[in-house]
Design a protein around this ligand. Structure first.
Ligand code: CUA
Length: 336
């Protein structure tokens, strides 16, 4: 199991730095993930036993056939009856196995449905082509946090996810924590997320949703309650006032370019929610929904030419000069 988990880690770490978790349903880190892993292993064990039995019977049949040298056209009533009984027993056994698998699956579903009925925190996750909008509900509007592509949760606590879609059908899947659930336009689905250990768990859109379906990653970061609360408070703050001249130039460019048509930076006039929220974008681990790790170089590459990194993305190429790009990157880097 651990070997498989490491394979997941390798493919994940290929383009993610700081990815301490894995993206493997066989390395569960929460109650729903554990229940599903149990189901996977019981199905696998049962099917393995059946396969071995079928192969055993086949081997016996082949060996016995070779020993008999009788006329193949000659029929023997007794052995015909024995064969009929064997077929009947096999049919009954198949039926029993199917009932057994159904019962296992039913109990697993019942356990999954019972997890986290008392969740305190509700997070709305909306699928867009090709990123995830994340919004933490709160009865006080001033305490609602919006972010993108990265979901922080307190570890050991159930969290209710409300799944919606803005355009086409997507599917939210963080294999180490729970099973897949679709985000369907016009439909609201709910899912309980719970991570029992601190860590970063990678997820992936699991329903083909267009050209960049493969570049629609999501990170779930489970952290101790105290750290989660600190993160939450930081997210509520307006964007920091840039301290350098270059970053100030970058902010002015940002606010006077089409960037404001799609993005929100709390505390400025940029207030659109057509694209990912950017108020604290530089504190996130990845860019472009898990496509690139967060770094100055990747930020510059992404802003300079998003279409070559994620062809078809809604983010247009803005034909910035080198100096403009440098200033905008300096500004975005201050959005911690
Ligand atoms: Cu969204 Cu695939």
């Amino acid at each position: 199991m651990k070997v498989l988990a490491r394979v997941g880690l390798t493919s994940c770490a290929g383009f993610l730095t700081g990815c301490s978790g894995v993206q493997s349903a066989l390395d569960p880190h929460g109650p729903a993930g554990e229940e599903l892993a149990r189901l996977i292993w019981s199905f696998t064990a049962l099917c393995t036993v059946i396969w071995l039995m079928v192969m055993g019977v086949l081997a016996v049949a082949l060996v016995r056939r070779r020993r008999q040298a009788a006329d193949p056209l000659e029929t023997d009533v007794q052995s015909e009856h024995a064969a009929s009984r064997a077929v009947l027993m096999a049919v009954v056994a198949t039926g029993l196995v199917l009932v057994c698998l159904t019962v296992l699956s039913f109990f697993a579903n019942r356990t999954l449905a019972g997890i986290g009925a008392d969740a305190e925190l509700t997070i709305e996750v909306t699928g867009y082509q090709w990123w995830w909008a994340v919004r933490y509900e709160n009865s006080e509007p001033s305490r609602i946090v919006t972010t993108a592509n990265e979901i922080h949760i307190p570890s050991g606590e159930p969290v209710r996810l409300v799944l919606k879609s803005q355009d086409v059908i997507h599917s939210f899947w963080v294999p180490a924590l729970h099973g897949k659930l679709d985000l369907v336009p016009g439909v609201v689905n709910t899912l309980t997320l719970q991570a029992d250990r601190n860590g970063t768990y990678r997820g992936q859109c699991a329903e083909y949703c267009g050209a960049q379906h493969a570049h629609m990653g999501v990170l779930v970061i489970a952290q101790p309650r105290v750290e989660f609360d600190a993160w939450y408070e930081a997210q509520l703050q307006n964007a920091a006032e840039p301290s350098s001249e270059l970053a100030r130039q970058g902010r002015d460019l940002f606010l006077n370019r089409p960037c404001v048509m799609c993005h929100k930076v709390q505390g400025t006039v940029a207030a659109s929610n057509a694209g990912p929220e950017l108020t604290h974008v530089a504190s996130r681990k990845t860019l472009a929904a898990g496509t690139l790790s967060m770094s100055r170089g990747n930020l510059a590459a992404w802003i300079a030419d998003p279409q070559s990194i994620k062809p078809g993305t809604r983010m247009p190429t803005m034909n910035l000069t080198g100096d403009e790009l440098n200033a905008i990157v300096a500004y975005v880097e201050t959005l911690k």
